[in-house]
Design a protein around this ligand. Structure first.
Ligand code: NAD
Length: 319
């Protein structure tokens, strides 16, 4: 099957980079980008773009028919920190958008579906170190609840209706092209921007808050690898644990100081600290490594070099 792809939420942090990567693999005309707004002009102007509300079933179906789509990546969601401010909106967006694409897949309009879950499915009662694939999951955020329930529905649609849905539990994603969209791990992107612009950063998490993280290139690779894997190798149809590395704000500061010794950090934990405290420190992703050969590439120092080099280039281009 030649993939004809629709990305929903293509203007966001992950969707935008996924769009570029998939276009480079399958060609511009085979990858349709869509979002509820024109917030990312780079994406809007780089190929076919549709304004699409993921909560509107008819619009999604019309777009799929119009472009003869067979593969959908649903990247639209309200993330953890914003979700705590607007709990009902987060529930409605995250659940309705998923049901629409699951039902379109059940009815045969979509052949293959990617839907991301998150480490937010875990909660305060989950073992924090090397969190296993199968473990206690009592998320305490609305966002985490939507991801946990979403996972159950993905597995259900696969088992009951044969829907080919694939999912990974992303950790915090670090990237330099697009700013993150309201998550608890956003500090690990903001810190690089502030390091370059102001040589100092006030962190909203405490210095020893350890969280699982990943560089964007690894996250995109995992997304494409799981979608390219043979269906029989995808043995988990809820969502796979996925890991690269774990670090604290103190670790990332030390890594930045290797390049910018004058960089300083202060700590002023806010409501996001409470969310971070319920999440794992590290993740056991051995099932993904065995089932579809997942491997990450970027260490913390690799990420720091990439972030500082590319953000500095961006600043120079602007001036
Ligand atoms: P983001 O907030 O950066 O982007 C989401 C995009 O969805 C935005 O461009 C937004 O305009 C769009 N959108 C919002 N409502 C919409 C609607 N009704 N219809 C269509 N588009 C709509 O999010 P992201 O960081 O790119 O995350 C993508 C997915 O990955 C989400 O499901 C998120 O839960 C998951 N995830 C992200 C991270 C991370 O660190 N970024 C970690 C774990 C999981």
């Amino acid at each position: 099957m030649t993939p004809k792809i629709l990305i929903i939420g293509a203007c966001g942090q992950i969707g935008s980079e996924l769009t570029h990567k998939l276009r480079s693999i399958h060609g511009k005309d085979n990858v349709i980008a869509s979002d509820i707004s024109y917030t990312n002009l780079d994406i809007v102007n780089s190929g076919t773009f549709e304004i699409l509300d993921a909560q509107d079933y008819t619009s999604v179906k019309v777009c799929i028919d119009k472009h003869e789509i067979n593969t959908v990546y649903l990247m639209a969601a309200m993330l953890s920190a914003t979700g705590e401010k607007y709990p009902m909106k987060a529930w409605d967006l995250n659940m309705e958008s998923l049901f629409h694409v699951l039902n379109l897949a059940k009815e045969g309009f979509i052949k293959k579906l990617f839907w991301p879950s998150s480490i937010a499915v875990f909660g305060p009662t989950t073992p924090k170190e090397q969190t296993p694939q199968y473990t206690i999951m009592e998320p305490s955020t609305v966002y985490g609840m939507t991801k946990q329930v979403g996972e159950r529905w993905c597995e259900y649609y696969n088992k009951q209706y044969g829907v080919d849905v694939r999912s990974i539990r992303y950790p915090g994603i670090i990237s330099w092209k697009t700013m993150p969209g309201g998550g608890t791990t956003d500090y690990a992107v903001e810190i690089y921007h502030k390091a370059i612009a102001e040589k100092t950063y006030e962190c909203f998490l405490s210095e020893d808050t350890e969280l699982p993280m990943m560089f964007m290139d690894d996250a995109i690779k995992a997304t494409i690898d799981i979608m390219d894997a043979k269906p029989e190798n995808i043995k988990i149809r809820s969502s796979y644990n996925l890991s690269a590395l774990s670090f604290t704000p103190k670790d990332i500061t030390q890594s930045i100081q290797k390049h910018l010794p004058e960089f300083t950090i202060t700590y002023n934990p806010d409501f996001r600290q409470k969310i971070a405290d319920t999440w794992p420190n590290s993740i056991d992703d051995s099932k993904a490594r065995v089932d579809w050969n997942w491997e990450h590439s970027f260490s913390l120092d690799d990420i720091t070099s990439e972030m500082l080099t590319n953000l500095e280039k961006k600043v120079l281009q602007k001036n």
